[in-house]
Design a protein around this ligand. Structure first.
Ligand code: ARG
Length: 462
């Protein structure tokens, strides 16, 4: 088959060579974006008197037919036509005759492919933001139920201080809020039209780039034609934002996995989000959380892959850039898969308040309370820390917790200690009293929840 660009060639490549160079296997995902770009381009060409009304209408009707066929899955793409752009141009010419060849006036595949990618990512990023927001809703719901549920808080994965479980959960809300912000801010650079940059230098035709940009719903146009066709920063930025988002999901997944272990028993995942073992009948595995943790690797990989692809490229377009697509598609697919799964997992999980209660009763996570108690009574905090540390050591030797130490023993160490210490040492008191701004005190957690619900109501859904 002769190529659309075959004029200067004497011989044609063999199929296996074509197959290596072709992107149609994956860039057919851009079919609707490519057709939308072509429609806007034709309308602009007509408005600028570069195409006659008759030709423009014919081409637009042909593109309309292709749109319908694409929606019905009736376009038989071929490797011989290399990519989505040439496949569609060939279909158009088959559909309406040689006039279809006028579509490519004042355009190149270089500005065409960049336009497709901008359009694609603009929509996907908004969908991802909406999914993140749904997930945040599930977190808020669980957090609201568990403002007064107390769990050990950890540093170094060692029991540190008791906290509200709602407070713990809300941490993920804020991480996701920043992810949403980053994605939203990146839209400014995604929402830009490269169309009309031509192969690299612009065009001799009197085109109107602002018009085609407007027809496609873009807010801005690239100021430099070389930059327009060479830039893939907007994809890198997406992959980078996606990597941070996946890192957050992965940390949460890790906690879900820990919490559902027999060692913690803090939560039980719903059967509908768990799997069994083919050999061990008792098993209930947190596969979905593990998979999300695992898939983080491929998202990071996609970022590094594109960074590496781009690093040595001279201006402007190079075929290397065809490698920008699969990683981007894969990242979108991974996020759009992981977010609803995580949302379902969090929404349906059972929180084992009994185990959490047991955990905070039997540890030293209230040691800071004793030190603070002494410090509030005038002892320098460093000394209070030391005294409490000695008491912890004493308890460990005798097999007690702080709350079990008789008052006389406590007073032997410091006369400042009185009977009210036992109330201070209660995990609930410890949490309740951490009422500093953003702290785990119940009042503060409730404030956070209010703020979160306000933000959820404010964010404009796509
Ligand atoms: N399939 C190509 C890509 O994805 C489209 C642009 C091709 N341009 C060119 N001059 N070969 O990057």
């Amino acid at each position: 088959m002769t190529k659309l660009w075959g004029g200067r060639f004497q011989k044609t490549a063999e199929q296996w060579v074509d197959e290596f160079g072709a992107s149609i296997a994956f860039d057919q995902k851009l079919v609707m974006e490519d057709l939308a770009g072509s429609k806007a381009h034709v309308k602009m060409l007509q408005a600028c008197d570069i195409l006659s009304q008759e030709d423009a209408e014919l081409i637009l009707s042909g593109l309309g037919i292709l749109e319908q066929k694409a929606q019905a899955g009736k376009l038989a793409f071929s490797v011989a036509n290399e990519d989505i752009h040439l496949n569609l141009e060939k279909f158009l010419i088959d559909e309406i005759g040689p006039v279809g060849g006028k579509l490519h006036t004042a355009r190149s595949r270089n500005d065409q492919v960049a336009t497709d990618m901008h359009l694609y990512l603009k929509n996907r990023v908004q969908e991802i933001i909406a999914e993140v927001q749904v997930f945040q809703g599930a977190i808020v719901e669980q957090a609201e139920t568990h403002v007064e549920t107390i769990v050990p808080g950890y540093t170094h994965l060692q029991r540190a201080q008791p906290i509200s479980f709602g407070h713990h959960l809300m941490t993920y809300f804020w991480m996701l809020e920043r992810d949403k912000e980053r994605l939203t801010e990146s839209l400014k650079r995604i929402d830009m039209s490269p169309l009309g940059a031509g192969a690299m230098s612009g065009t001799t035709f009197p085109i109107d780039r602002e018009l085609s940009a407007e027809l496609l719903g873009f807010s801005d146009v690239y100021a430099n034609s070389l930059d327009a066709v060479s830039d893939r920063d907007f994809i890198l930025e997406f992959l980078s934002n996606a990597s941070v988002l996946m890192m957050h999901l992965s940390r949460f997944a890790e906690e879900i996995i820990l919490w559902s272990s027999e060692e913690f028993r803090f939560i039980e995942l719903d059967d509908t989000f768990s799997t069994g073992s083919s050999i061990m009948p008792q098993k209930k595995n947190p596969d979905m959380a593990e998979l999300i943790r695992g898939k983080t690797g491929r998202v990071y990989g996609n970022l590094f892959s594109l960074l590496t692809t781009l690093k040595g490229l001279p201006l402007a377009y190079n075929k290397d850039m065809q490698e920008d697509k699969e990683g981007m598609f894969d990242t979108v697919h991974t996020l759009m898969g992981a977010l609803p799964i995580f949302e379902g997992m969090v929404r349906t999980m059972t929180v084992r308040t009994d185990s959490m209660e047991k955990a905070v009763q039997s540890d030293f996570s209230n040691a800071t309370e004793l030190a603070d108690y002494l410090a509030a009574k005038g002892m320098p905090f460093r000394e209070a820390h030391d005294v409490t540390g000695k008491l912890v050591f004493l308890c460990i030797q005798r097999g007690y917790y702080l709350k079990d130490l008789p008052l006389a023993d406590l007073q032997e160490v410091s006369e400042l200690i009185e009977a009210d210490i036992y109330k201070t040492l209660l995990p609930k008191t410890a949490v309740e009293r951490r009422n500093s701004l953003g702290g785990t005190g119940f009042e503060q957690v409730k404030k956070q929840l209010e703020q979160a619900k306000y933000l959820l109501g404010q964010t404009v859904q796509s």
